[in-house]
Design a binder for this molecule. Structure first.
Ligand code: ATP
Ligand code: MG
Length: 555
C-alpha cells in the first residue's frame, strides 16, 4: 500500500498513470550529459531524480553521453562525469551508452524520413534559413528546395554523407510546417555537414545529427519511457513527438519537463565557470568555491547531503532560486552526528598555566561526539602551554563577555577550570600571551565544590599541536551587489578565499586523509583538501560554519 499522506510530485503522477494504463510495462529513465564540461549541482538534481525514479519503480536507469556534437567534447569530461555520478551513488549497471554509437541508426532513420517525403536536402545558407523562418508573429516562407523529389534527396543526402559536400553548403531538414506557430516546427535542420574529428567515431562521419533529431532517437533506441529534461525544452516537445512518431516507434518515449535548479549567489553555467578557471580566479573546475560536483566533493560535501538538498528542493514546473544556505543546512545535518568534534585553533594566542607542574604533557579523555556515543573517545594532550583563539580573551571585555579576561574563571573544554591572572602584549598592544592558574581538582571540567563558570573555551597543547593551513570561504559572487557589473563582467567577492597559515590542531588531526571531515568545535565543519594535503600535513577547507539563520521552509 502506498502511504497516502505522501504527496506525489507531478512526474510521479504521470508515471503512475502511464503504468496504470499499461502504456509501458517497466519504466526507463536516463541521464544524458554532453561531455563538454564538469557536472554541477543542477546536474546532480537531474541525476538523482532520474535514478531515484528508476529505483522507486524498479525500472532501469541509463547513463548516456550525448556526444553528437564533435566540436566541444573531450574524453577528459567523460571520465570526470562518470566519477561524479558514481560518487553520487547513481548506479547505471550495464546501461552505459554513447549517442555516437547510434550514428548509423540515426542515418537510417533520416533516410527513412526522406523516403516518406518527410525530409529534404536544402541548399539555403544558414542566414537564409533564418530569414525564411519568419518570426513569432509572421509565418515562414517555404524553401525553394522543399519540393525536391525523394530520389534527388536520397542522392544528395548520400553525397553529404560521402564527403562530397562542403561544410554548410547543404543541410537535411524535416518537412513539417513553415506556418506553424511553434518556430521549432518550421522545417528544422536535422543533419548538417561538418568535416570534424569525433572523439569516438574518428573521421567516419562528416555529417552530424542536430540535437532535436538525435535526442528523441537516442531515447527511443534505448527504450527510455520517460525522458525528463528541463523547462527550456518545452517548446521542442512537439518536434520530439514528431520525430518518434514519424520514425515509427511502437512505444515512443515521452518528454517531461521540470524547472532547473538555480542557487542564489552561485555560478553554475559552464561558460562562467570556464571563464573563472581560464582567468585563474579559481584553481580549477573543482575549486571548493564552485558548485561543480567535483568542487562540492573537494569542499567536503557528502552524497547524502546533496541527496537531502535535492529532495528538499522538490521537483516543479516553476523556475526559482534556492538559497545556498539550504545546501549548507543539509551538510550540517548530515555531518553533525557522523563526524568527530575536535579542537583546532585558527587564530592562536598562547595561554600559559603558571601553576602547572613541569613541562610534561598529560593525556585527558574526550568524547568524540557528545551526541553520538558510538563514535567513542580519544586522548588529548594537555600541558603548561596551550593555544587558544585570540577572540577568547579580551583586555577590556564588553558587559556580557563570557570568556577570558583578567580575574575570570572559565572551563577549558574537556580539561580544567583556569583563572586569568594577566597577559602580555607587543609594543602595538597586540596580545600574544595570556597567563592563568588552574585548579587541579576540576579535572574533566567540573568543580567538586559545585561552583560554576560562565564560559567554556577550546584549546590545543602548544607542545603537541600540529601546525596546519586552513582555508575559509565565502561566496565567490557578492550577494548584495548582484551577479554582474555594469560592463557585464562577474562581480567577484574579493574575500571569497581566506588562507590561514598559522593554525594549530590536535595531533590526531595530523593523520587526516583527503576528504576526511571533522567538526572543529565552535569553528565549523572542515575537510582535508584533496589537492594540497600531504602525508602528516593536511590542509583543511571549511565546508561550512556552525551557525546559520537558515530555517527549513514549511512543507
Ligand atoms: P549547463 O548549461 O548548466 O552547463 P547543460 O544543460 O548544458 O548545463 P547537459 O550536459 O546538456 O548540460 O545536461 C545534462 C542534463 O542535466 C540535461 O538533462 C539537463 O536538462 C540537466 N540539467 C542541466 N542543468 C540543470 C539544472 N540547473 N537543474 C536541473 N537539471 C539540469
Ligand atoms: Mg547542454
Amino acid at each position: 500500500m502506498e502511504n497516502e499522506t505522501v504527496s506525489r510530485n507531478f512526474i510521479e503522477q504521470i508515471i503512475d498513470k502511464d503504468l496504470q494504463e499499461g502504456k509501458y510495462e517497466q519504466i526507463c529513465t536516463r541521464f544524458p550529459p554532453e561531455p563538454n564540461g564538469y557536472l554541477h549541482i543542477g546536474h546532480a538534481k537531474s541525476i538523482l531524480l532520474n535514478y531515484g525514479l528508476a529505483q522507486q519503480y524498479h525500472g532501469q536507469f541509463n547513463m548516456r553521453f550525448d556526444d553528437t556534437n564533435p566540436t566541444k567534447e573531450k574524453v577528459e569530461f567523460v571520465e570526470s562525469i562518470k566519477a561524479d555520478i558514481q560518487w553520487l551513488g547513481a548506479d547505471w549497471g550495464d546501461h552505459l551508452y554513447f549517442a555516437s554509437d547510434y550514428f548509423d541508426r540515426m542515418y537510417e532513420a533520416a533516410v527513412g524520413l526522406i523516403k516518406k517525403g518527410k525530409a529534404y536536402v536544402c541548399d539555403l545558407s544558414a542566414e537564409q534559413i533564418r530569414e525564411y523562418r519568419g518570426t513569432l508573429t509572421e509565418p515562414g516562407k517555404e524553401s525553394p528546395y522543399r519540393s525536391r523529389s525523394v530520389e534527388e534527396n536520397l542522392q544528395l543526402f548520400e553525397a553529404m554523407k560521402n564527403g562530397e559536400v562542403e561544410d554548410g553548403a547543404k543541410v537535411l531538414r524535416a518537412k513539417i510546417d513553415m506556418a506553424s506557430p511553434n518556430m521549432n516546427m518550421r522545417d528544422p535542420v536535422i543533419y548538417r555537414v561538418a568535416h570534424m574529428h569525433h572523439h569516438r567515431t574518428g573521421d567516419k562521419w562528416c555529417i552530424y545529427p542536430m540535437y532535436d533529431f538525435a535526442h528523441p532517437l537516442e531515447d527511443a533506441f534505448e527504450g527510455v519511457t520517460h525522458s525528463i529534461c528541463t523547462l527550456e525544452f518545452e517548446d521542442h516537445r512537439p518536434l520530439y513527438d514528431w520525430v518518434v512518431r514519424e520514425v515509427g516507434f511502437e512505444h515512443p518515449p515521452k518528454q517531461i519537463e521540470f524547472a532547473k535548479l538555480y542557487l542564489t549567489n552561485v555560478v553554475t553555467g559552464k561558460r562562467y565557470i570556464k571563464k573563472l578557471v581560464e582567468e585563474g580566479i579559481v584553481d580549477g573546475w573543482d575549486d571548493p568555491r564552485l558548485v561543480s560536483i567535483a568542487a562540492l566533493r573537494r569542499r567536503g560535501f557528502t552524497p547524502e547531503s546533496i541527496k537531502m538538498f535535492v529532495e528538499l528542493c522538490g521537483v516543479s514546473k516553476a523556475n526559482s532560486s534556492v538559497d545556498y544556505a539550504m545546501l549548507e543546512y543539509c551538510i550540517r545535518e548530515d555531518l553533525k552526528l557522523k563526524r568527530p568534534r575536535m579542537m583546532a585553533i585558527l587564530d592562536p594566542i598562547k595561554l600559559v598555566i603558571d601553576n602547572y607542574p613541569g613541562d610534561d604533557v598529560e593525556y585527558l579523555e574526550a568524547a568524540n561526539n557528545m551526541e553520538n556515543e558510538a563514535l567513542g573517545s580519544r586522548q588529548i594532550p594537555f600541558g603548561k602551554e596551550l593555544y587558544i583563539e585570540r577572540e577568547d580573551f579580551m583586555v577590556e571585555p564588553p558587559k556580557k563577555y563570557k570568556r577570558l579576561f583578567v580575574g575570570t574563571e572559565v572551563r577549558l573544554m574537556n580539561a580544567y577550570f583556569v583563572t586569568c591572572t594577566g597577559y602580555e602584549a607587543d609594543e602595538n598592544g597586540v596580545v600574544h600571551t595570556v597567563h592563568c592558574t588552574y585548579d587541579p581538582a576540576t579535572k574533566g571540567g567540573n568543580a567538586p565544590d559545585g561552583r560554576k563558570v560562565k564560559g567554556t573555551i577550546h584549546w590545543v597543547s602548544a607542545a603537541k599541536a600540529v601546525p596546519v593551513e586552513v582555508r575559509l570561504y565565502e561566496n565567490i559572487i557578492d550577494e548584495a551587489k548582484g551577479v554582474y557589473n555594469e560592463d557585464g563582467s562577474l562581480n567577484l567577492n574579493p574575500n571569497s578565499l581566506t588562507v590561514l597559515k598559522n593554525c594549530y590542531v590536535e595531533p590526531a588531526l595530523a593523520e587526516a586523509k583527503p576528504y576526511d571531515s571533522f567538526q572543529f568545535v565552535r569553528n565549523g565543519f572542515f575537510c582535508a583538501d584533496s589537492h594540497d594535503s600531504k602525508e602528516g600535513a593536511p590542509v583543511f577547507n571549511r565546508i561550512v560554519s556552525l551557525k546559520s539563520s537558515f530555517k527549513l521552509p514549511k512543507a
